[in-house]
Design a protein around this ligand. Structure first.
Ligand SMILES: Nc1nc2c(c(=O)[nH]1)N[C@H]1C(S)=C(S)[C@@H](COP(=O)(O)O)O[C@H]1N2
Ligand SMILES: [Mo]
Length: 325
């Protein structure tokens, strides 16, 4: 064999993006045309996605919050994503080696149609909705984020859950070579990051899988290519870079509860009346409004269910939310 080693440059870097897409489409068409007469639509290969690419969106069904949207700069430079480190700046600093595309995830467990889903195909199946949501972290800071997403229910229904399914379990990605927080000493938690919802919470129309924000595909630090968004729960429920969705009849584990069960429960509903054992949850610091990114700033009162009580309070009728925190 020759000693020649090709340089490590992906085709997408040496071919301008639009030509690359056209070439793929052309190749798909040629392959189909070689043996069959192409059916209408057969030439439409799914788009090849990249971080920060513009998405075509439709208006979502919920009104925008009254509070102003947090800037793109703040949303993408103040994050929690322990796979890249525990500091708020670590996700944007340490995530450049992570490759969110191509991406597939599994839906399985108590379903009729377990399947592996390619995200590029998924994005051609459902309209991408604009969903501007208030987001509230358990650390008592908040943002307003213009997500782009798909109702989680649409994705779950593709797999046709059986009657015994009661919960949905989620798993994050494990890629120590691309995620510095997953390699070396002093790792903050066991991997993968895991989360769970009750099936009725997962199917609630507010619950989405976000694939973008501000009209563009997610950057790595925000959970590319797909992450959970449940706006009436503390931020840690919003698991990033999901690889697996499993329908089950038992309450799934969630990473922060495994780590500190007295501090973080399964439900994690935003609740100003139930303090965290080490701090109050009655108010929150608004990221980007006065003060610096890393301190100070305006404080506002935290609302029950983060302001989404009209929509979700009925899910918890009769439950003691002090016990089920
Ligand atoms: N995989 C994974 N998902 C995660 C986390 C994480 O460390 N790893 N952190 C959670 C926490 S604590 C919060 S507050 C939100 C933060 O989302 P944001 O950085 O997009 O604001 O992501 C959640 N999802
Ligand atoms: Mo958080």
């Amino acid at each position: 064999m020759s000693a020649y080693k090709p340089p490590h440059i992906p085709a997408s870097e040496i071919t301008p993006e639009h030509l690359y897409i056209n070439r793929r489409t052309l190749l798909a068409g040629l392959a189909a045309g070689a043996t069959f007469a192409a059916a209408p639509g057969a030439f439409a290969a799914p788009p090849k996605l990249a971080q920060g690419e513009s998405l075509k969106t439709v208006p979502g069904p919920f009104p925008k919050p009254k509070r102003a949207e947090t800037s793109f700069e703040d949303i993408t430079h103040y994050n929690n994503f322990y796979e890249f480190g525990i500091g708020k700046a670590d996700p944007f600093r340490n995530s450049e080696d992570f490759k969110p595309y191509p991406w597939t995830f599994e839906i399985g467990g108590m379903v009729q149609k377990p399947q592996t889903v390619d995200i590029e195909t998924l994005l051609t199946k459902f309209p991408l909705e604009d969903r501007v949501y208030r987001m509230r972290c358990v650390e008592a800071w908040s943002m307003v984020i213009p997500w782009v997403g798909i109702p989680l229910k649409s994705i779950i229904d593709m797999a046709e859950p059986t009657g015994s399914a009661k919960y949905v379990a989620f798993e994050g990605v494990v890629r120590p070579k691309e995620m510095p927080g997953q390699s070396g000493f002093g790792q903050p938690m066991p991997w993968p990051y895991v989360e769970g919802l009750r099936l009725d919470e997962a199917n609630h129309p507010l619950t989405i899988i976000a694939v973008g924000l501000y009209g563009k595909t997610l950057l790595n630090q925000s959970g590319a290519p797909m992450r959970l968004v449940v706006p009436w729960k503390y931020g840690f429920k919003g698991i990033k870079s999901i690889t697996k969705i499993t329908l089950t009849d038992t309450q799934p584990p969630n990473s922060w509860n495994l780590l500190a069960p007295h501090e973080y429960g399964f439900y994690a509903n935003v609740n100003p009346n139930v303090p965290h054992p080490r701090w109050s949850q009655a108010s929150e610091r608004v990221i980007g409004e006065g003060g610096g990114l890393f301190g100070g700033g305006k404080r506002i009162d935290t609302q029950m269910f983060n302001g989404y009580g009209d929509e979700v309070a009925s899910l918890y009728a009769g439950m003691d939310l002090k016990k089920n925190y």
